[in-house]
Design a protein around this ligand. Structure first.
Ligand code: PMP
Length: 364
């Protein structure tokens, strides 16, 4: 096969080529059973085996402790912005750290079901820095604290999750880890619930991962739809309603690929190297700039600007011609953004850096 272009989309994003090839090979007939995965009953032994393997692999990869349930849901990150307060808020107060667009949306949606308190916001910095945990205004008696551990649009990442107990807060921590799940380990001792859409680091859009500590189940508001009640979903092994079977299968293939790569620890090393390569070049260049506080820079989403923005279109056209796709920044931030998830090999980041250099030279 000729080499595919490098795809820097923020999501839905590039998937490992080996995963796509395996899915293609199994499309018409999965393991000799005469059916493709899309055509199987979710209650049949074939799909149950796919599901159980995917769940076990995810548990192993992320070292999820036994007291946490893994749920495969639908609705994406934005639906979880409602589903979490429906399940965990008890109609009371919930705290939010607003560090970018995604946590801002989460706080807004939660207001429909609970009293949402903005404990801290990075808005004054234009979401280029994380508010220090010691400055957070936590509510007494909050049901949980929500943060987005990697802000996909602003390119801001928590490199350490806050220890809420050390801040004098007993509430569980809820994290939206949609855009960096499986790129690094998770410190479960600091987390009550983590959710994430699949379409960046896991697989195709359509399945949402929810990993929730058991003691947080069973408190849904009466208005919570049964299909979104974590207790109901957990009691039915994510099959209260028909789960997104094909997306779960693809996620499962990605989990196996990750294990072959050496698991999350190996991925993290590679992601650090990729991020250093790209940020290192941007920082040395007078032609490009990344405006995020170095302590909070995302390893997954790297927004950057040409200092002369009149050259943006020429930059994007030249990138495309070199097989470097989807580098345009989010419309709310502008500029460029390179998303370099697990499926992006370091060779892809090197190809981007080579292009950055060449474009700069060409324009001089
Ligand atoms: N949270 C984060 C961090 C995201 O990056 C996204 C999607 N880009 C969402 C939530 C929303 O996901 P969805 O569109 O699947 O609801």
């Amino acid at each position: 096969m000729t080499q595919r272009p490098y795809n820097f989309s923020a999501g839905p994003a590039a998937m490992p080529e080996a995963v796509l090839a395996q899915a293609a090979a199994e499309m018409l007939d999965w393991h000799g059973c005469g059916m493709g995965v899309m055509e199987m009953s979710h209650r049949g032994k074939e799909f149950i085996s796919i599901y159980e393997q995917a769940e076990a692999d995810l548990r192993e990869l992320l070292a999820v402790p036994p007291e946490f349930k893994i749920l495969f849901m639908q609705g994406g990150g934005l639906a979880e912005n409602a589903i979490v307060p429906l399940n965990l808020s008890r109609g009371g107060t919930v705290d939010f750290v607003v560090s970018g667009s995604w946590s801002q949306k989460s706080a807004k949606e939660a207001q429909r079901y609970a009293t949402a308190n903005i404990a801290a916001s990075g808005q004054a910095s234009g979401f280029t820095a994380l508010p220090a945990p010691a400055s957070w205004q936590l509510s007494a008696g909050a049901q949980y604290l929500h943060l987005c551990s990697n802000e996909t649009i602003h390119g801001i990442e928590f490199h350490e999750l806050p220890d809420l107990k050390a801040l004098g807060c007993d509430a569980p921590l809820v994290i939206d880890f949609s855009s960096h799940v499986l790129s690094r380990p998770v410190d479960w001792s600091r987390v009550g619930l983590a959710f994430g859409g699949a379409q960046k680091n896991v697989g195709p859009a359509g399945v949402t991962l929810v990993i929730v500590r058991e003691d947080l189940l069973g408190h849904a508001l009466p208005a919570c739809p049964s299909a979104f009640d974590y207790q109901t979903v957990a009691d039915n092994q994510s099959m209260f309603n028909t789960p997104p079977t094909y997306a779960i299968y693809m996620a499962g293939l990605t989990f196996q690929w990750l294990k072959q790569q050496g698991g999350v620890a190996a991925m993290e090393r590679c992601n650090i190297a990729k991020a250093e390569l790209l940020y290192g070049y941007l920082d040395r260049s007078a032609f490009y700039v990344n405006k995020v506080d170095p302590a909070a820079r995302s390893r997954m989403n790297v927004p950057f600007f040409l200092r002369d923005e009149s050259r943006n279109q020429a930059f994007l056209d030249g990138a495309k011609a070199r097989g470097l796709l989807q580098l345009k920044g989010h419309k709310s931030v502008g500029g460029m953004r390179a998303s370099i998830y697990n499926a992006m090999p370091i060779e892809g980041v090197q190809a981007l850096v080579d292009y950055l250099k060449d474009f700069e030279k060409e324009q001089a």
